[in-house]
Structure formats: structure tokens, C-alpha cells
Ligand binder design. Structure first.
Ligand code: NAD
Ligand code: TYD
Length: 355
């Protein structure tokens, strides 16, 4: 009962990893509300098909009536909001869906939650948590010598994606200050690991390499991201849910700043070692393509607050996490084939000329 939560976006990359993490404990249960956009994949949840602790509902976080009905029926002790449009490149091609889900949808989710939460008794209301999963991209771009993002870094979003997530963070904050809704917000760095849709850097490069296709590096390849293994992230979220201070935000990062070229070189070296090509190195497939417009140069998270206050630390180094990730994708042929038949990959790279 205590461990009964509502997860939104639980068929996506991080959400489905969290479902796996949470349901590892048989005393836990969850209701999984997901719209199943291109990024949502029921195959990510295959082990829970007949698990009574996992209830899946296809639906939109913006559907207030549906959310209210689900809350009344299920009475979760917490809502974890993973649902979002999450890819920067897509937000450049078509920002509308980002405004719809990440801002308007989130607003409707908050309204449905508030309406239901206010009808509960005071003990329940106090114990309830609304945990919003957000990104370090709300803080903007760092210069090489700048200190890493802390929870005090001013928001400065640069892409439509980052702006929509920044808006959602502000709304969540406002529901705490205005209505007393017990919220928590986490801002994490780039995740990688199992079940990531191959529009994002690591699975895209990995699957292209295995297919002998070009590895498209935007610009000079020296943009820096701070990589976090998804299971470390899931453990951080569970820790914030259990121990986080209501109304606070927590930055979550893996202490792994890497240039995109370093990431791709590491990946290709692992592939050369465990599944060599018949001729040459996977590195030979690297191709420089036109840069992403407004491409943020560097992200870096200072995770001191969550380490100090909640005693969370990442377990994986980049080297250990990337090996696990490569091993997972190599073992998941049908999952990979299934996802590669989707529409996106062709659309994004169609207009990109070689640099
Ligand atoms: P994802 O794109 O893989 O999955 C998003 C999921 O949300 C999908 O299952 C999709 O079907 C669902 N969804 C989309 N719109 C919905 C709607 N209106 N109603 C219900 N469900 C909807 O995303 P992800 O990479 O798992 O990211 C999860 C969260 O973490 C997002 O909020 C994202 O902003 C944040 N985040 C991700 C990263 C990363 O590296 N992937 C980094 C920082 C923060
Ligand atoms: P991405 O995985 O899209 O995450 P985000 O933009 O949220 O950080 O991209 C990670 C980095 O990799 C980013 O600097 C853009 C770069 N990148 C490429 O160079 N080529 C690609 O094909 C993709 C998808 C990303």
C-alpha cells in the first residue's frame, strides 16, 4: 500500500527502467500511464505483462478527466512524472508537441492532481509526493572553465525542448508555493543504458556502427555532456522520493564529462574488441555532419547536494556503464529490429549534409 505509485511515461527509456527498478521489490506496485508516442514501447515492459503489481493504461497526462479517475481508483502515494517529449532535434523540427505535453500536459496533470489531493485527509496529503523528472538542459550552456550546474544556477534554456522543461519546472514549483502540493524536482544529466530509443547519441551510434552505417557527429564533436547510467538515475529518483525535502530540487549527475568524440571513440573501441569488423575499425565510420542549430556546448552537473543530503552516489563509471549498455544492445536483437523499423531515423538525417 505504502509503495503504490503512479508513473507517467513508464514505457519510455528512463520511465521503463524505473518500472524495472521499482518492481524489483515485490511489495511495490505501480500504475503506468503512457500515451505510447513513438518513444513509448510496450516491449520495454514485457516482463510485467502478467504482473499484478503493474497496471498499464494508455493515455495522455493532459487528459484531466482520465487522470482524476485513475487517481481516485488507484490512490497512489506518489506521482512520478517521466512523461515528456524528450529529444532536442525533434523540438527543433517540430516544437508544438513539446509545448503540448511538457507544458500544457504537465499543467493538466498538476491540476488533476491538485483537485484530487485536496479531497484527501491531512495525513495522506502530507505524505503524498509529486516528483517531477527534469533535465540539466534548463540551465543552458557552459563555457569550458565554468563551474558545473548547481541547484542555484539560473535557468537559461536554449532549445524549444529545454524551454518547455524549464516551464514545467516553474509550474511544479508554483504548485508547491501556491497550493502546498508536496513536490520534488530532479534535474539530471544525459542518461544512457538499456531501452534507449536510437535517436539519442549512444544507441544511435551503436546501432549505426553495427549496421556499417556512418556515425554522424554534429559540428566538431567537441560538445560535452555529463553521462549518467540510467540505473544510477533510477536509484537517485527512489532516494529523492523517500528522503527528499518537499519543495526542493536535486541535481543528479554521473561525474562523467565527455566530448561526443570521446563517447564515440569509446564505443567504437569496445565494438572493435568484442565484435570486430571484417575490415578496419568502427571508428572509420565517423562522419562529420552539419551542426545542430543552437547546439549547447557543454553541460555538467554538480551533484554535491544529493550526495551530501541524501547520501546518493553513482555506482557506474562511464567505462563500466558503457560496457553494460553495449552488451545489452548486442543481446537484444528483436527489440532492436523492432525499433529500427520506426519512421524517425530517416527523417532527421535526410536534410543533413556532410560538413
Ligand atoms: P522518452 O522520450 O524515452 O520517453 C517519454 C515517454 O513519455 C514515452 O513512453 C512516451 O510515450 C511518453 N509520453 C510522451 N508524451 C506523453 C503524454 N502526453 N502523456 C503520457 N505519456 C507521454 O524520454 P526519456 O529519455 O525516458 O526521459 C524521461 C524524462 O526524463 C523526460 O521528462 C525527460 O525530459 C527527462 N530527461 C531525460 C534525459 C535523457 O538523457 N534521456 C536527461 C534528462 C532528463
Ligand atoms: P542527444 O543524445 O540528442 O542528447 P542532448 O541533445 O539532449 O544532449 O545528443 C547528445 C550529444 O550528441 C549532443 O551534443 C548532440 C550530439 N549528437 C551528434 O553529434 N550526433 C547525433 O546523431 C546525435 C543524435 C547527437
Amino acid at each position: 500500500m505504502d509503495r503504490k505509485i503512479l508513473v507517467t511515461g513508464g514505457a519510455g527509456f528512463i520511465g521503463s527502467n524505473f518500472v524495472h527498478y521499482w518492481l524489483n521489490d515485490p511489495s511495490h506496485s505501480l500504475l503506468n500511464l503512457d500515451k505510447l508516442t513513438y518513444a513509448g514501447n510496450l516491449a520495454n515492459l514485457a516482463p510485467f505483462q502478467s504482473d499484478p503489481n503493474h497496471i498499464f493504461v494508455q493515455g495522455d497526462i493532459g487528459d484531466r478527466d482520465l487522470v482524476r479517475k485513475l487517481l481516485e481508483e488507484f490512490q497512489p502515494v506518489a506521482i512520478l512524472n517521466f512523461a515528456a517529449e524528450s529529444h532536442v532535434d525533434r523540438s527543433i523540427h517540430a516544437p508544438g508537441a513539446f509545448i503540448e505535453t511538457n507544458i500544457v500536459g504537465l499543467f493538466n496533470l498538476l491540476e488533476a492532481t491538485r483537485g484530487w489531493w485536496q479531497t484527501q485527509d491531512s495525513v495522506f496529503r502530507e505524505r503524498f509526493r509529486f516528483l517531477h523528472i527534469s533535465t540539466d538542459e534548463v540551465y543552458g550552456s557552459l563555457a569550458p572553465e565554468d563551474p558545473a550546474f548547481t541547484e542555484e544556477t539560473p535557468y537559461s534554456p536554449n532549445s524549444p525542448y529545454a524551454a518547455s522543461k524549464a516551464s514545467s519546472d516553474h509550474l511544479v514549483r508554483a504548485y508547491y508555493h501556491t497550493y502546498g502540493l508536496p513536490v520534488l524536482t530532479t534535474n539530471c544529466s544525459n542518461n544512457y543504458g538499456p531501452y534507449q530509443y536510437p535517436e539519442k547519441l549512444i544507441p544511435l551510434m551503436l546501432l549505426n556502427a553495427l549496421a556499417g552505417k556512418p556515425l554522424p557527429i554534429y559540428g566538431d564533436g567537441r560538445n560535452i555532456r555529463d553521462w549518467l547510467y540510467v540505473e544510477d538515475h533510477c536509484r537517485a529518483i527512489a532516494t529523492v522520493l523517500a528522503q527528499g525535502q518537499v519543495g526542493e530540487t536535486y541535481n543528479i549527475g554521473g561525474n562523467n564529462e565527455k566530448t561526443n568524440l570521446e563517447v564515440v571513440h569509446t564505443l567504437t573501441a569496445i565494438l572493435d574488441e568484442i565484435q570486430p569488423r571484417s575490415q578496419g575499425s568502427y571508428r572509420d565510420l565517423i562522419t562529420y555532419v552539419t551542426d545542430r542549430p543552437g547546439h549547447d556546448r557543454r553541460y555538467a552537473i554538480n551533484p554535491a547536494k544529493i550526495e551530501r543530503e541524501l547520501n546518493w552516489r553513482p555506482v557506474e563509471t562511464f567505462e563500466s556503464g558503457i560496457r553494460k549498455t553495449v552488451g545489452w544492445y548486442l543481446a537484444q536483437d528483436s527489440w532492436v529490429q523492432n525499433i529500427l523499423t520506426g519512421e524517425y531515423i530517416a527523417t532527421n538525417y535526410q536534410g543533413r549534409t556532410h560538413a
